[in-house]
Design a protein around this ligand. Structure first.
Ligand code: GLU
Length: 648
């Protein structure tokens, strides 16, 4: 009896010690989980899909329920989005997918960014400066802006390498949605009012999209059944014949023919606007599996997309520049939305965007000093310029090359920068986690709302205007030095801001995945969300809901959303700050879709952005059909008794 008491006491002490140790060790990973009570909508273990359109989220969830993995679901979601959200992404565009493979504990980035054709050159957009006030509008709606599309090959590559279903299977839900039709939602109805669908009335090239989305010259009404037979036929063809029909076959020919369209001005065709893509460019298109950019913020490991995206490098620069400040600590004046917090965020954004403008571009063409940009000493030197209680007068890029391990560069005077062209919030992001813990964080785009406005004749999908992400005028020069990292070149990929991100705890467990659309504001939507999760200890849905602040150039004007205190905004506008925050605050910045996974319970949660409609579907383990892959190597089904359906 005595012995038993002793044993019990010993066991209790042991259990107690383990609990305390677990709490201490997990502290950074769980601090924003709040005991799993508020991780988002609603917790499960069979997988979560979050997209900006509920119809597409449901497609992904059906794939998970049928036994597919996150990569299968991502493929089906992308094709479904092409049908239900055709103005933001599709096979006429490109994107960046970050994948975490749970079994291998490995993170991969799949880059399917559009490429400039072989006939592209650094001066190709210069003629548009002959149309003052119209430069972006005319250039971005002419065939010249169309980059060689990458989305289809990107998705097919991911499926082939890490999926469990065929390309044909992944296309089936989209074929059905396009062929049988679906009910138009509020955002699609609104999108069909967009001016991009109203260029060059009477020109068959520009009429093609109108036939589908503005039948009889009117926008679509919410609730209308929208059938897209050409798109259904295209997907069926790809399902039957594979990607070659798109890159080397009849669809390639149709793409080349469509991008020969150009805008008119004053009744004349703008000859310089004719697209330069050839069949050879399409046949030569390649997807690249690149190393993720990896760094830490407050003990959390961020993995994201490297060049040609500036996303992860700039997100991490901003976070690391802010790290020495106690963001989140209200007692020190750094609570959510406080003057000091917002000032530090804007100052860090200014510094990072200054560097981005000089150094970031397609690393197959320019030497992007990735290590130097995130080097601790370089960050410390740059962060020292930030005063939490005032604003820097003028921000310039610095030279991270001396901080590269690889080689020493002599510091040279950098050129001054043009401010970033402000563009709207297009594109779409979705995040998926499956029951095995595989994660996909995928940002995908056709660039502007409806891309160029050009739909491939008889094939029913929109062509991107991604090449307008290049510098419109060449910036490369020796004196003062500028590497021209984002100048146009043959076969080069334009710099992107897309920032699909996966966040891990210090033991390498993925705990969140998210990203956003919004042009260069994408980077700042991801920064805002990250700080909300980590510093302000919000759950994934709250982190998405909070108002955002964004500055996307060294010395331009910041944007802010309604929801911050007016007193704080007024303070930030006055000396010693003097931020040029406009009074217009009804602006929407980004649309973040995220998943979060509790490292303690394994429960999975989703958050979707109410700034668009947003769809989160959580799959329960008991809903999964385990026999779908009975003949496959699906060996990990031992958890079906581990039911998960209770939220908390
Ligand atoms: N083309 C942009 C980029 O790659 C995305 C477009 C948008 O989100 O508006 O950064």
């Amino acid at each position: 009896m005595k012995r038993q008491n002793h044993f019990t006491r010993f066991s209790l002490i042991r259990i107690f010690t383990v609990i305390i140790l677990t709490i201490v060790l997990m502290a950074p990973a769980t601090s924003w989980c709040k005991g799993n009570l508020f991780l988002g909508v609603p917790g499960g273990k069979g997988g979560v899909v979050t997209t900006s359109v509920p119809d597409a989220a449901r497609v992904g969830a059906e794939i998970l329920k049928a036994g597919g993995n996150a990569i299968d679901a991502a493929a089906a979601v992308q094709f479904a989005l092409n049908v239900v959200e055709p103005y933001f992404s599709g096979i006429g565009g490109g994107g960046f997918m970050v994948i975490y493979l749970a079994k291998e504990r490995k993170t991969i980035t799949v880059e399917s960014r559009e490429k400039a054709p072989a006939a592209a050159d650094p001066e190709m957009f210069v003629p548009f400066f002959g149309f003052p006030g119209q430069v972006f509008s005319l250039a971005s709606t002419s065939g010249l802006a169309v980059g060689v599309p990458g989305t289809l090959l990107g998705v097919a590559t991911a499926l082939d390498k890490w999926g469990t279903i065929s390309l044909s299977e992944a296309l089936q839900p989209a074929i059905k949605l396009a062929g049988d039709g679906f009910r138009v939602g509020p955002k699609l109805a609104e999108a069909t009012e967009n001016s991009r669908l109203q260029n060059e009335i009477g020109d068959p090239a520009y009429d093609e999209a109108r036939k589908v989305f503005r039948p009889f010259g009117n926008p679509l009404e919410q609730g209308t059944l929208l059938v897209q037979p050409d798109l259904a036929k295209t997907f069926a063809k790809i399902a039957a014949e594979g990607t070659d029909v798109f890159y080397k076959g009849e669809i390639a020919e149709a793409i080349v023919a469509t991008q020969l369209a150009t805008r008119t001005f004053g009744g004349f065709d703008i000859a310089a606007g004719i697209g330069r893509m050839t069949l050879e460019d399409l046949a030569n298109y390649n997807v690249v599996l690149r190393k993720p950019v990896v760094d830490e913020y407050r003990g959390f490991i961020f993995k994201g997309m490297g060049p040609p995206s500036s996303g992860a490098l700039t997100v991490l620069q901003i976070l690391k520049l802010s790290e020495r400040f106690p963001i989140g600590d209200e007692r020190q004046g750094f609570g959510f939305g406080s003057t000091r917090t917002l000032n530090v965020m804007m100052e860090a954004m200014r510094l990072a965007f200054a560097d981005r403008a000089v150094w970031m571009g397609d690393e197959d063409f320019v030497d992007v000093p990735k290590e130097g940009l995130l080097d601790d000493d370089y960050i410390a030197m740059r962060s020292a310029l930030i005063d939490p209680d005032s604003r820097q007068d003028n921000v310039e890029a610095d030279d991270p090359r001396p901080f590269e391990d690889k080689h020493y560069w002599k510091k040279r005077k950098l050129s001054r920068l043009d401010s970033e062209m402000q563009k709207g919030g297009h594109t779409t992001h979705f995040s998926i986690v499956d029951r095995w813990g595989n994660v996909v964080s995928y940002t995908t785009t056709i660039e502007s709302f409806w891309g160029t406005g050009l739909m491939v004749k008889d094939y029913g999908f929109m062509l991107n205007n991604e090449l307008t992400d290049f510098n419109f005028r060449p910036t490369a020069s020796d004196v003062p030095f500028n590497p021209g990292a984002n100048d146009v070149a043959a076969n080069k990929r334009p710099r992107s801001s897309m920032s699909p991100t996966i966040v891990f705890n210090r033991w390498g467990k993925p705990i969140a995945a998210y990203g956003s659309p919004g042009g260069s504001t994408i980077i700042n939507s991801v920064v805002n969300t990250s700080m909300n999760l980590i510093d302000h200890k919000r759950n994934i849905q709250e982190a998405i809901d909070q108002p955002r602040i964004s500055q996307t150039s060294a010395n331009g004007s910041p944007l802010w959303e309604a929801g911050f205190s007016q007193e704080v905004i007024d303070e930030l506008k006055a000396p010693p700050f003097g931020h040029n925050l406009s009074d217009e605050r009804l602006r929407v910045i980004g649309s973040v879709q995220g998943v979060a996974i509790s490292p303690l319970t394994g429960l999975q949660y989703g958050g979707a952005d109410r700034r668009r409609v947003g769809g989160v579907v959580t799959v329960k383990l008991k809903e999964i059909d385990d026999c779908w892959h009975c003949n496959g190597d699906d060996d990990d089904d031992d958890d079906d008794d581990d039911d998960d359906d209770d939220d908390d």
